[in-house]
Ligand binder design. Structure first.
Ligand code: HMG
Ligand code: MG
Length: 313
């Protein structure tokens, strides 16, 4: 028996017509690699992702090299990418004003700040309390807005935290509201360690909507530690969310939360969207080829089930 190359298209009611895939492979994916991927390989990875039709690709982080050595080549990467690395759909992570200065110097026009719903992760990831991190982000967002930049606010540990356990929904909503009140364009709710389940996702989205942050402003960022990322994504689509974070080949994790494994694989997401007849604008074969190439560079098979099924990678 041969493997079907594409799923049969069968739409389902109540889902968006189009989904924007926010590709985080070059940033979330590569920040967690044991060794530093050569910058030329990173640039080639980004170019291949763009050629596969992905329109939003998060490129890197402007954080101190000693905090994330894997992304210490942010300037060099943007130099190598040239025009492919600029524009509203090429966000980079920026934690503070020093990071913003570095990003602006390279012509970046789209940034992401990244907060935490819990105190423990705020300390581990940002070396400050939740309150102090909001104060760190505030001038970044103000200056970026004044300069006309597009701004995403990530909030990590929205469902569970490896040190604090389950995270109360209201606590998450409070941090999300504080960051969105700064003037950010989009909120990405992070399940950093992959412990969310669909009912929990719906409950948080409803609570955010009650607080004035509707699904049109929200993106979902699911890590797939427990195999729930796609089920959680379906729950979010059913609540009107239409921006989904994913990582080619299922790369990803967070160096400051060891229990974080890879993100939802872009190819697995595309397979589902394709089957549902939801527009996504990408070429699945080209994505599979890209992740197969990347897994050769990294020396291990892709975590994506779709990549493995289609390419035997
Ligand atoms: P700190 O050490 O408290 O910073 O780090 P500081 O302000 O005290 O500065 C210390 C030194 O670093 C100074 O240099 C600064 O100039 C320099 P010195 O005077 O000692 O020579 N410095 C910088 N250099 C370059 N670029 C900068 C910068 N800032 C300061 N931007 C800081 C505080 C926030 C910077 C640090 O904690 C940090 O970078 N944390 C980020 C860690 C990280 O990147 N984690 C992974 C991304 S988050 C994630 O993956 C989750 C997500 O995917 C969603 C999810 O899954 O939940 C987004
Ligand atoms: Mg992440």
């Amino acid at each position: 028996m041969t493997m079907p190359q594409l799923p049969m298209v069968q739409p389902m009611p109540g889902l968006p017509e189009r989904v924007t895939i926010y590709e985080v492979g070059p940033r979330d994916g590569l920040q967690n690699e044991k060794s530093v991927v050569p910058v030329e390989v990173k640039a080639e990875f980004v170019r291949r992702l763009l050629a596969a039709g992905l329109q939003t690709v998060e490129l890197t982080s402007f954080v101190p090299q000693k905090w994330v050595p894997q992304l210490g080549d942010a300037e060099e990467l943007l130099d190598l990418l040239g025009g492919d690395g600029t524009g509203q759909h090429r966000p980079v992570l920026v934690p503070n004003e020093r990071g913003l200065d570095r990003a602006l110097e390279k012509g970046v026009t789209s940034i992401a700040i990244f907060g935490s719903a819990t105190e423990t992760f705020a300390q581990k990831n940002l070396n400050r309390s939740v309150e102090e991190s909001v104060n760190m982000f505030s001038p970044v967002v103000k200056r970026a807005l004044d300069g006309g930049a597009w701004i995403r606010a990530y909030v990590s540990m929205c469902f569970g935290d490896p040190w604090e356990g389950p995270v109360p929904v209201q606590k998450v909503v409070d941090v999300c509201s504080r960051l969105m009140d700064l003037g950010c364009d989009q909120l990405s709710i992070g399940d950093t360690i992959g412990v969310a389940t669909p009912g929990h996702v719906v409950r948080l989205l409803d609570a955010l909507e009650d607080a004035g942050i509707g699904p049109d402003q929200v993106a979902v960022h699911f890590h797939d530690t427990y195999g729930q990322a796609l089920a959680n994504t379906m729950a979010a689509l059913g609540r009107g969310v239409s921006v989904v974070d994913a990582s080619a080949g299922g790369l990803g994790g967070c160096p400051y939360a060891k229990s974080a494994t890879g993100n939802l694989a872009t190819e697995d997401l595309v397979w589902t969207l394709q089957g549902l007849g939801i527009e996504h604008g990408t070429d699945l074969d080209a994505l599979v080829e890209t992740s197969t190439w990347m897994s050769q560079q990294l020396g291990r098979p892709s975590a994506s089930r779709v990549v493995r099924a289609l390419a035997g990678a």
